[in-house]
Design a protein around this ligand. Structure first.
Ligand code: FES
Length: 151
């Protein structure tokens, strides 16, 4: 089996802040991992580009606030993913109140998110070093598939 490129640790340059803000969404590849860097309402986010559900490309997903979290909607099957945490979100019914009301709940972290930093107008991402398998890993090459097999 061919070994995949291991990304070096530490920050990876993404681009100039002004250019990234203008672009709004930028796809970069770091160590064989495709990552979506996006700027929304004054904040940068970075997450795996392919949806944990079935590999849909998140690059053109709509963004909306759900249950006080900003979420991206996968264009493929409309799953919702929180931008900051990578949590899969679902709408359920809160039966603790009468009458029950619809409410957004989390399924836990499903999409790997990465840290974004800015220095002197330059933007960097630092890859998540969480060693646990996260479902979006599966769509990031053979290493992700092997991680799932071991999980
Ligand atoms: Fe994203 Fe199915 S692939 S919701």
């Amino acid at each position: 089996m061919e070994e995949e490129e291991q990304p070096r640790r530490g920050p990876h340059f993404v681009g100039k802040k002004d250019e990234l803000i203008e672009a709004k969404r930028t796809l970069i590849t770091v160590g064989g991992r495709d990552i979506l860097v996006l700027h929304h309402q004054g904040v940068f986010y970075a997450l795996d580009c392919y949806c944990y559900h079935s590999g849909g490309n998140l690059q053109n997903g709509d963004i909306e606030e759900l249950g006080s979290r900003l979420c991206i909607t996968c264009p493929k099957h409309k799953y919702k993913i929180s931008l900051a945490e990578g949590e899969g979100m679902f709408k359920g019914s809160d039966t603790t109140v009468k009458p029950p009301v619809a409410k957004w709940y989390t399924k836990g972290v499903k999409q790997r998110v990465h840290a974004v930093t800015e220095t002197n107008g330059d933007v960097y991402i630092t890859l998540s070093d969480d060693r646990c398998y996260i479902e979006s890993d599966y769509y990031q090459g053979e290493v992700g598939k092997e991680r799932r097999a071991k999980a």
